[in-house]
Design a protein around this ligand. Structure first.
Ligand SMILES: *[C@@H]1O[C@H](CO)[C@@H](O)[C@H](O)[C@H]1NC(C)=O
Ligand SMILES: *[C@@H]1O[C@H](CO)[C@@H](O)[C@H](O)[C@H]1NC(C)=O
Ligand SMILES: *[C@@H]1O[C@H](CO)[C@@H](O)[C@H](O)[C@H]1NC(C)=O
Ligand SMILES: *[C@@H]1O[C@H](CO)[C@@H](O)[C@H](O)[C@H]1NC(C)=O
Ligand SMILES: *[C@@H]1O[C@H](CO)[C@@H](O)[C@H](O)[C@H]1NC(C)=O
Ligand SMILES: *[C@@H]1O[C@H](CO)[C@@H](O)[C@H](O)[C@H]1NC(C)=O
Ligand SMILES: *[C@@H]1O[C@H](CO)[C@@H](O)[C@H](O)[C@H]1NC(C)=O
Ligand SMILES: *[C@@H]1O[C@H](CO)[C@@H](O)[C@H](O)[C@H]1NC(C)=O
Length: 842
């Protein structure tokens, strides 16, 4: 009996002890309590999911100590929050603790004075029950037992230079608290710098980047889809950005659509708002998604009052809004004085595709139709313009401006309509096609019509001129791929320097004699095959390095110097999923590119071969798909050059000894340029079956054309069939069409290569996700297709793959007709896999 009690007691004692220890270990990691301060040099808090850490640090070259929060799981990113940014500690005796009043305070050992404090006034006396906890969101919150879960204070309310996902930025109207981002002074000093980013809730609220107190850039107002001045972020598939504006608050917040996506929005010391994401995997790093201000026209008020900024090739161009004209340096002045627009037959002229002027000066009225909005503006002679709050003019939100219109800019695409008040004469010019009956005397009408015709023909002339100029420019600008309206196309600054420096320091030029020796004088025995521009040879340098020599027999439009520069740039690109370009050799007209040699040839040798495809199980195929995606992502936005491949296909994906996919022939489009393509072929390079509709039909290419080709490639890898494989019973249906039909019937797994075995032998959910991503990439509208960055995230994460829309079925006949007689109906499918440039070469 006694033994029983002793045993029982011991058990209870140990149990309690264990629990106590567990509890301590479990909570001591991410919390500060009265008895558990954070001491410099000893403690670091780590959030529960190991996403964020809090501790003492010294920035850059500084020796000063600060308390900060940083991403624990993604090294290389600056501190996302700093407590004592303007009050550094000069030695390592700092302590972050909870004081008698329950405040979180930073002090120096053995000193009563606080360096920094949360400054809350607490009614509760029981300091034991105050806890500061670092959450997995990166928020440090101070709570009290009596007020469970209520944050008495949180670091998200006092941001430094960084906004994190799920963090509110902006104004709490009830307390007056405005959450503002302010840059650091320098990389060595987190002190309050000159740049700040905050919501201005006047009129229709906007986010402003200020330099000191001067507005430098504005996000534009919230148009229902996003901030009107950042069209690149609308409909993006990485974040859900939202905005709330009511009597309690005027705040914006963004959420990552992938739970594992780490991201930041930083106001940096040079006055840019930068958005970055962290890509996990073999080449983990922070990627800059974009920055604002992006171009000259983004600078606030660049063209003065009533001016309109337009981005052009050589920089920017200022013009005046309708009814106004330039007056020396004074900006724009009304052509016929202010009285001309006050009850003198005035009206409105529509200016399309603009970022509307500063809306902090606008009066906003909800529930008005566009007509009512116009009438409202017309009634008041000081009203100079009106516009809808939402870009589609559907929600019934109306904005009226009084006085000056500042910071209007024009977009090539997107933006919205601005209706500018003009006098009767101006109105006549713009509306001359249908002047209001009886308003003008017939002579006047005739005069106006003549003027209008002159103006029209002038406009047509200008238009034609512009088109010609643009085409000329297109031809000459092979080095400058067009910009597109998606987040990934924002060219970002050189984050790759580090990578690129690893390249060979010497110039990548090979003597012809070296190449001749390596390839045994281009002996037929060394011939690997026929490339798009000429034969490819295998070779071996004297140091044992195996190489592939690609001859470019076709003359390029580029001069030798340009060609060399281009090779040098492209040789610097390095990525695990790109074939390494060692350099080139130039001998008279003959040009050669020297690549690393890939023993396993190309992907098409495997996936389309009855026997060899069995070597590629699902795991391997998945890795190949992911590898290709990463390689293309690198080309699109990771490298300094921003390359659109334009001829992505199975035979351009080479495999190394470990079956790692390596994209080849990237940069060829750059070297050969549009000029030559347009001049010689008048149609795009690329390969039937992989070409997006807009590229095949209209010659328009963008990163989204590569996305399309990638989608085709992914479906081919999954199915083991070429896109040009035609299906028995439905001769017009290619692989994409077939996959789409099956997808609609929820039988998508039927396209899976039978050599992968039945559904039990591969993870069906993963295969389905890949098919879904493949279908997303081949959607008809380029804008619907995801960016490569999104593809990489979708491949690596399980959540949030949207439903695909109908893919582009390229009607084979349309393409074939009159363009390529050799592959017209009846030709074997394999013929279609020939590069157009190759056909042209004959
Ligand atoms: C650390 O610096 C503070 C002044 O900020 C000073 O009062 C304190 O004595 C110093 N502590 C040590 C250990 O040097
Ligand atoms: C907690 O509060 C008590 C009474 O107010 C005070 O004596 C004690 O020093 C406080 N503890 C800490 C760590 O501040
Ligand atoms: C901030 O602006 C002021 C005045 O223009 C200037 O003197 C100061 O050097 C600036 N500070 C930083 C960190 O750039
Ligand atoms: C984005 O967030 C808003 C507000 O939080 C929500 O209503 C909406 O459904 C979200 N959209 C997506 C695509 O998650
Ligand atoms: C504003 O806050 C009050 C009090 O918390 C609440 O009752 C009201 O619903 C809030 N208004 C909106 C629009 O959320
Ligand atoms: C700030 O951001 C811009 C745009 O991304 C970049 O060019 C610049 O180098 C950044 N400055 C610093 C100090 O990081
Ligand atoms: C142009 O500016 C000058 C000086 O400010 C002013 O005198 C003149 O009237 C202006 N011209 C027009 C057409 O407004
Ligand atoms: C016109 O608008 C201005 C600015 O909002 C206002 O001060 C003025 O009272 C308005 N005039 C009339 C007649 O409504």
């Amino acid at each position: 009996m006694i033994m029983y009690f002793v045993k029982r007691f011991l058990f209870l004692f140990l149990h309690t002890l264990l629990q106590f220890l567990l509890l301590r270990c479990g909570t001591s990691l991410d919390t500060i309590t009265v008895s558990q301060p954070v001491t410099d040099g000893r403690d670091v808090l780590v959030s529960d999911g190991k996403t964020f850490a809090l501790g003492f640090f010294s920035p850059g070259k500084s020796t000063h100590r600060y308390v900060g929060i940083w991403y624990y799981s993604a090294p290389g990113q600056a501190k996302v929050w700093v407590a004592n940014r303007d009050k550094p500690i000069i030695n390592r005796s700092g302590v972050l603790s909870i004081d008698v009043h329950g405040n979180l305070v930073l002090s120096v050992k053995d000193q009563s004075q606080h360096i920094w404090s949360t400054d809350i006034v607490s009614k509760s006396k029981n300091n034991i029950s105050f806890v500061a906890q670092l959450l997995d969101s990166g928020n440090l919150i101070l709570t009290h037992d009596d007020e469970r879960k209520m944050a008495l204070w949180q670091s998200f309310d006092y941001p430094t230079d960084t906004a994190l996902p799920n963090m509110k930025l902006g104004l709490d109207r009830r307390t007056g608290l405005n959450r503002v981002l302010t840059s650091w002074k320098s990389t060595d000093d987190p002190g309050t710098g000159n740049w700040s980013y905050k919501i201005d809730s006047n009129g229709s609220p906007q986010l402003f980047l200020y330099k000191g107190k001067v507005p430098w850039w504005r996000s534009g107002h919230w148009n229902g889809e996003g901030w009107s001045g950042i069209p690149t972020l609308h409909n993006n598939r990485l974040f859900n950005i939202s905005f709330v504006n009511n009597e309690n608050e005027s705040t914006t917040i963004w959420r990552a659509l992938y739970p594992t996506l780490l991201s930041t929005l930083v106001v940096n010391e040079s006055g840019f708002v930068e958005r970055s994401v962290y890509t996990k995997g073999s080449d983990s790093k922070w990627l800059k998604l974009g920055a604002a201000p992006f171009d000259k026209c983004d600078i606030y008020g660049k063209c003065g009052a009533f001016g309109k900024c337009n981005e052009i090739d050589s920089g920017f161009e200022c013009s005046c809004l309708p009814g106004l004209q330039r007056n020396a340096s004074d900006g724009c002045v009304r052509k016929r004085g202010a009285a001309s627009i006050c009850r003198s037959g005035e009206g409105f002229v529509k200016v399309p595709n603009v970022k509307v002027p500063d809306t902090s000066a606008a009066r906003v009225k909800t529930g008005l139709s566009m007509e009512a909005c116009k009438q409202l503006c017309l009634q008041n002679c000081s009203c100079t313009a009106y516009a809808s709050v939402d870009a589609r003019e559907e929600s019934g939100g109306c904005m009226n401006w009084n006085g000056e219109l500042i910071d209007t800019r024009v977009y090539v695409d997107g933006g919205q309509n601005l209706y500018v008040r003009v006098d009767a004469v101006e109105l006549g010019l713009y509306h001359s096609r249908k002047p209001e009956a009886g308003f003008f005397a017939s002579k006047k009408r005739l005069a106006i019509m003549v003027v209008a015709m002159l103006v029209t023909s002038f406009l047509i002339f200008v238009f034609v001129h512009l088109v010609i100029k643009r085409q000329r420019k297109r031809k000459g600008s092979a080095n400058q791929p067009m910009l597109f309206n998606d987040a990934s196309s924002i060219p970002f600054q050189d984050s790759q320097k580090h990578d690129e420096r690893r390249g060979k320091p010497d110039l990548p030029f090979f003597e012809l004699s070296t190449v001749v020796a390596a390839t045994d004088n281009f002996s037929p025995a060394n011939r690997l095959g026929q490339g798009g521009f000429g034969p490819v040879y295998k070779g071996q340098l004297t140091n044992g390095q195996e190489i592939a020599v690609k001859t470019l027999s076709k003359s390029s439009s580029q001069g030798t110097e340009e060609f060399k520069n281009e090779v040098m740039l492209i040789a610097k690109l390095q990525h695990r999923n790109l074939v390494r370009l060692f350099g080139c050799s130039i001998h008279k007209e003959e040009r050669m590119l020297i690549y690393e040699y890939m023993p396993n040839k190309s992907l098409d040798f495997f996936i389309f071969d009855e026997i060899k495809r069995q070597l590629l199980d699902w795991r391997k195929r998945f890795e190949i798909i992911v590898g290709i995606a990463r390689g293309v992502l690198y080309l699109h936005q990771d490298s300094r050059l921003k390359i659109i491949h334009r001829d992505l296909k199975a035979s351009n994906v080479l495999l190394d000894a470990a079956m790692t996919p390596k994209i080849s022939d990237f940069g060829l489009a750059r070297m050969f340029g549009d000029d030559q393509i347009e001049a010689n072929t008048n149609r795009p390079v690329g390969t039937y079956g992989y070409m997006s509709p807009e590229y095949a039909m209209e010659g328009l290419y963008s990163t989204k054309s590569d996305v399309f080709s990638f989608g085709v490639l992914a479906l081919e890898i999954i199915s083991g069939k070429r896109n040009n494989h035609f299906y028995v019973g439905s001769p017009c249906l290619n692989l994409i069409g077939h996959a789409w039909d099956l997808w609609k019937e929820s039988k998508a797994l039927d396209i899976v290569d039978s050599s992968l075995g039945d559904e039990a032998s591969y993870p069906a959910y993963e295969v389905l996700r890949c098919i879904q991503i493949g279908l997303l990439c081949v959607q008809e509208q380029a804008a619907d297709r995801p960016t490569m960055l999104e593809v990489v995230f979708m491949l690596g994460n399980e959540a949030n793959v949207p439903s695909p829309k109908k893919p582009a079925f390229i009607n084979r006949r349309i393409i074939d007709s009159g363009q390529d007689p050799s592959s017209s109906a009846g030709a074997p499918a394999s013929l279609n896999d020939i590069t157009i440039s190759e056909l042209e070469a004959r």
